[in-house]
Write a protein that binds this ligand. Structure first.
Ligand code: NAD
Length: 278
């Protein structure tokens, strides 16, 4: 179900499925999307300081929980945010965390991530995440856009191993090597732009697989994430698509479907290359 969780290396349970809100501006559309998602069973929301929408995410959460109609409390939700590149540093990252928490209007985060592996900066930022984790301000800590070499480098000095790595991952960028490495290390892999920002819906192989199961291409891709053991956070603000995307717990891809999707890999990105981005 939508509430199914993976257990992170520290025992914290993280939903396999969540809502991403990249490029959604503050305002009614965002607040309504958060409320719709929670109403339809989503428990996990992925935001970031750089999205400049943490306040709206917080408002959506408060409105969804208020009145008690859902019977849910803050503890039933899993909220992720990320520290931006300009704030990487021990003191700066601690301050950035407080700012994010303040905008969200929350007492704690479930997951806080280093957004990009900016060379020479992420180790100090990681010390700050470790401190926040030890203080109980955040239930789990992780990274985003880290390649294998970044993870190895970080783990040389880290006291606490990252619990999650959130990376661009979709059928044209399947991240098989990174996936094997993170599995070995007990780091949960999470897919961003799982739908390649809408660029895969006409793909003939994906259309064929989806049609065979009576599902949409979006549903086939998201199901592939889950069956591979990858957490996924597709973005939509439209209630019908929020419902559609999450309707992936009533069918199963065959091993042949899975292999066909893996074989689509072209190492093609929609986002920046982590080795050349700061
Ligand atoms: P996505 O792959 O989730 O695609 C979203 C787009 O697909 C939307 O614009 C929407 O119009 C369309 N769409 C969604 N569901 C659909 C459906 N059922 N039918 C037709 N169209 C549909 O792209 P994304 O937003 O880039 O990625 C998801 C989330 O990942 C983001 O919102 C964000 O939270 C996170 N993210 C993280 C990073 C990072 O660096 N860590 C970078 C990008 C995104």
């Amino acid at each position: 179900s939508l509430q199914a969780t993976t257990t992170l290396s520290n025992g914290v349970r993280m939903p396999w499925f969540g809502l991403g809100v990249f490029k959604v501006e503050e305002g009614a559309e965002l607040v309504e999307a958060i409320k719709a998602a929670i109403k339809h069973g989503y428990r996990s929301i992925d935001t970031a300081a750089i999205y400049e929408n943490e306040a709206g995410v917080g408002q959506g959460i408060r409105e969804a929980l208020s009145g008690g109609e859902t019977g849910l409390t803050r503890d039933d939700l899993f909220i992720t945010s990320k520290v931006w590149n300009a704030d990487l540093g021990y003191e700066q990252t601690l301050a950035a965390f407080e700012t994010s928490l303040g905008k969200l209007g929350l007492e704690y985060l479930d997951l806080y991530l280093i957004h990009w592996p900016v060379a020479g900066k992420y180790k100090e930022a990681w010390r700050a995440l470790e401190a926040l984790y030890k203080q109980g301000r955040v239930k789990a800590i992780g990274v985003s856009n880290f390649q294998i070499h970044h993870l190895k480098d970080l783990m040389e000095t880290a006291e606490i191993k990252p619990m999650v790595n959130q990376v661009e991952l979709h059928p044209l960028l399947t991240q098989q090597e990174l996936h094997s490495f993170t599995k070995e290390q007990g780091i949960q892999l999470e897919a961003w732009s799982p739908l390649m920002q809408g660029q895969l819906f006409e793909h003939p192989v994906l259309r064929q697989i989806a049609a065979r199961h009576g599902k949409s291409v979006a549903q086939a891709i998201l199901r592939w994430n889950l069956q591979r053991g990858v957490v996924t956070i597709p973005k939509s603000t439209k209630e019908q698509r929020i419902i559609e995307n999450a309707n992936v717990f009533d069918f199963e891809l065959t091993s042949d479907d899975m292999e066909q999707i893996e074989a689509l890999n072209e190492n093609r990105r929609v986002g920046p290359d982590p080795d050349n981005f700061d």
